[in-house]
Ligand binder design. Structure first.
Ligand SMILES: [Zn+2]
Length: 740
């Protein structure tokens, strides 16, 4: 077991700690000293080479029962240049000598992993060995009962799906000792380029003796039983668990690299605001990452794949990020061996590729039953291969950054993080897609001038928990001429989720907290006001000036203006009875406070909505709210856009620059199944008029369409080109080759 001192030394959340004032560091015992040594040197090694990934996840009866040559032929045909193949952990698919690692009962004297890996190597593919550490066999339980996960009632936990297995503790010796020997054995026998572990971070809270002792040694507290992040033990646990996992990551990485210095450990980790390991820290640890967003389920837009890509790229920068997609139906009913329809796979993967993900397909079970997905992936991968130089992106061209904040999710959102933190972001995301505005995601730990340099405007969708230092960075950003659009309780809490007396950004907003927050308001509206100075409507109201009034948000921070009450284009009509019908009329009087605060700060523009218009938009999808959010971004940005796309339909737009070219991706998401259910068919959209700005210092050589496979006529207009795309099936890429 690691001692307290080792634990402190291995601190991974050092950068979070740096954001803390000294008083908060005292309050929060896990706010530790920086550890400057990177686990992985800054060499990109082989990691930037693979453009297309194949993952074949064995099931136990695959050895001897599946057709290896079929897969090797398929990998060659789809031009996959890297493979992730099941090696060990739960079941070993190679002749392991470790007595506690169970060989597949079908393995016999075969080496299923080794043989397939050798075949892939002959094709020139990089090899990543896949392990899984979340479950173990009875013999492991018998030898080390303390390696098993223990639930809150003190019971060791049987695997919920297959009762032959037990769930393992992720933060104790099962991972730190046993899985380390598994990884070392695989590295020694096969020298793969990396090891990737599925479900390495556990299956929920563990109350085993190791977790109890280690947590107490680190914090002086007992493991939390409450979910509320303001509970001191829960707050410490959120940080402590991360530190244990980062410590594990560093351990495995070190052991792997001691055997093959060109290899590394790749954790299945990360994502957006709702992910539980700090994205900035893990991006610094990892030379490449895999976005594990396998497919749609429930209410989910197809742009969710691209969103995940942007979240990884916000901290990974130009390091390669692969986008894992499952060819099956990924649902709570867990049809792991199923096959999704082809157009659904096409749309999901197209959006990921457009937003910078390198496609990585996953197939569970090497004995395919339903083969309909095979030609679909083949077609996608072959097109990607034919155009791969246009996927070697150097930088995205986007002037808008949509901020996400893990600390807001952990410490302010807590168990309601999805509703309070993710939904406002989803609403803004949808509004920007509908508004055809290219944008990037921005991690709130990356507010330094270098990370923010590409952006003209930052959007803060209820980014509630912000430190003083983060608020200062945002003030600097606006002082440098940046725009800011913020909603609801943004900056009303510190980085630990503790409520402030006033917004950290009150000065920028021109609004101060009046103390309360109104939740679940009924029947409240926003009146549209003409500017008395010009007798006209503000550009914020463009597209619905004739409305008179529109619906308000459902939740609203109670705020009053700082200084004199200036003109506001929207005024709040407070709630009035919604029943009986006779009672539904606007009462005279009542405070008509601003529904939006607009400020010009030197060259920068700030828009603050006291209501959660973004979250309400996600829930209700009112067209007025969508336009309002888009207009707010356009007004705050106050410069010509890098691209304008005019025409019908819902299109996810992305613009990229490569070494000798630029690309404009247009992904047609127009579909009745856009938010729920697999798309039944792709519905083409008609003519799109495009105005695309060419980066300064570049001259246009050739403009062509990568899907239609033909050149396209264009007109030069100042520093932009104008062209038309007559129709788009699912995805079109306008490629502009620069003249030498
Ligand atoms: Zn444990």
């Amino acid at each position: 077991m690691s001692s307290r001192r080792e634990f402190v030394k291995g601190s991974a959340l050092a950068a979070t700690a740096c954001l803390l004032p000294a008083s908060a560091q005292k309050k929060n015992r896990i706010a530790l000293t920086p550890d400057a040594s990177p686990a992985v040197e800054e060499d990109h090694g082989w990691y930037n080479r693979p453009m297309r990934w194949a993952q074949l996840a064995f099931v136990e009866d695959d050895p001897g029962n599946y057709d290896q040559q079929f897969w090797l032929d398929y990998f060659r045909r789809v031009r996959a240049d890297a493979a992730c193949l099941s090696a060990g952990g739960v079941v070993a698919f190679y002749p392991t000598q470790l007595p506690l690692q169970q060989r597949s009962a079908w393995l016999g004297d075969r080496d299923a992993f080794g043989d397939l890996a050798a075949g892939c190597r002959k094709l020139g593919m990089n090899i990543v060995a896949r392990t899984d550490s979340h479950a173990c066999w009875q013999k492991v339980y018998d030898a080390h009962p303390d390696w098993i996960r223990v639930d809150a009632s003190g019971q060791r936990v049987k695997h919920p799906s297959d009762p032959r297995y037990w769930e393992t503790c992720a933060l104790g010796p099962y991972n730190f000792e046993f899985m380390t020997t598994v990884h070392e054995e695989i590295m020694r026998m096969y020298r793969p380029d990396a090891i990737f572990t599925n479900r390495w971070a556990g299956s929920g809270m563990c109350y085993c003796e190791h977790c109890r002792e280690n947590f107490h040694a680190a914090t002086g507290l007992d493991l939390p039983r409450a979910g509320n992040p303001q509970n001191p033990a829960r707050k410490q646990y959120i940080l402590w668990r991360q530190q244990r996992l980062i410590e594990l990551w560093r351990l495995w990485n070190g052991k792997i690299r001691a055997i093959n210095p060109g290899a590394s450990y790749i954790a299945n980790a990360g994502g957006g605001a709702l992910s539980d390991l700090d994205m900035k820290t893990i991006s610094e640890l990892s030379p490449t990452m895999v976005a594990d967003r396998q497919s749609r389920r429930g209410l989910m837009a197809p742009w969710a794949n691209g969103k995940n890509g942007k979240e990884y790229r916000s901290t990974m920068g130009n390091k390669a990020v692969a986008g894992m997609f499952n060819v099956g139906i990924d649902d709570e009913h867990r049809w792991k061996d199923s096959v999704q329809n082809g157009d659904e796979i096409r749309m999901w993967v197209a959006d990921g590729m457009a937003q910078g993900l390198r496609p990585w397909f996953i197939k569970f079970n090497a004995k395919p039953i339903d083969r309909r997905w095979l030609p679909v992936v083949e077609e996608i991968f072959q097109w990607h291969y034919a155009n791969q130089k246009y996927f070697r992106n150097v930088r995205p061209i986007a002037r808008i950054g949509l901020v996400y904040s893990q600390q807001s999710a952990w410490f302010y959102g807590g168990e309601e993080a999805r509703q309070k933190i993710e939904e406002p972001a989803l609403g803004f995301y949808q509004a920007l897609v509908e508004g055809r505005i290219p944008f990037e995601m921005v991690n709130d730990r990356c507010f330094d001038a270098e990370h923010l340099a590409p952006f003209r405007t930052l959007i803060l969708p209820n980014i509630a928990a912000l430190s003083e230092a983060q608020c200062a960075s945002l003030r600097d950003f606006v002082a440098r001429g940046g725009g800011l659009v913020a909603t609801y309780e943004t900056s009303l809490f510190d980085e630990w989720g503790v409520r402030r007396d006033n917004f950290g950004l009150a000065e920028l907003f021109g609004a101060q907290s009046a103390g309360k927050t109104r939740e679940n308001m009924l029947n409240s509206y926003l009146n549209l006001e003409r500017d008395p100075a010009t007798n006209s409507y503000h550009p914020l109201l463009r597209g619905f000036e004739d409305a008179g009034r529109i619906i308000n948000a459902a939740n609203q921070a109670d705020v009053t203006p700082v200084g004199e009450d200036r003109f506001a284009p929207l005024r709040i009509v407070p709630s009035y009875p919604d029943l009986p019908m006779e009672s539904v009329f606007v009462r005279p009087g009542g405070a008509q406070r601003p529904g939006v605060y607009l400020r010009q700060v030197a060259e920068g523009r700030v828009v603050y909505f006291p209501g959660d218009i973004d979250r309400t938009f996600w829930q209700v999808l009112s067209t007025d709210h969508g336009k309002l959010l888009r207009n707010a971004v356009v007004w705050a940005t106050n410069e010509p856009a890098p691209v304008l796309v005019e025409g019908k339909g819902v299109i996810d737009v992305a613009v990229w620059e490569q070494n000798d070219s630029m690309t404009l991706h247009l992904v047609n998401l127009t579909n009745p199944m856009m938010l729920k259910g697999p798309v039944r068919e792709i519905l083409p959209i008609s003519r799109q008029k495009i105005w695309l700005r060419i980066p300064s210092g570049r001259r246009v050589g050739r403009v062509h369409l990568l899907v239609a496979r033909r050149d396209v006529a264009y007109r030069t207009e100042g520093d932009a080109i104008q062209l038309e795309v007559p129709n788009i099936e699912l995805h079109e890429v306008v490629a502009v080759d620069f003249a030498a």
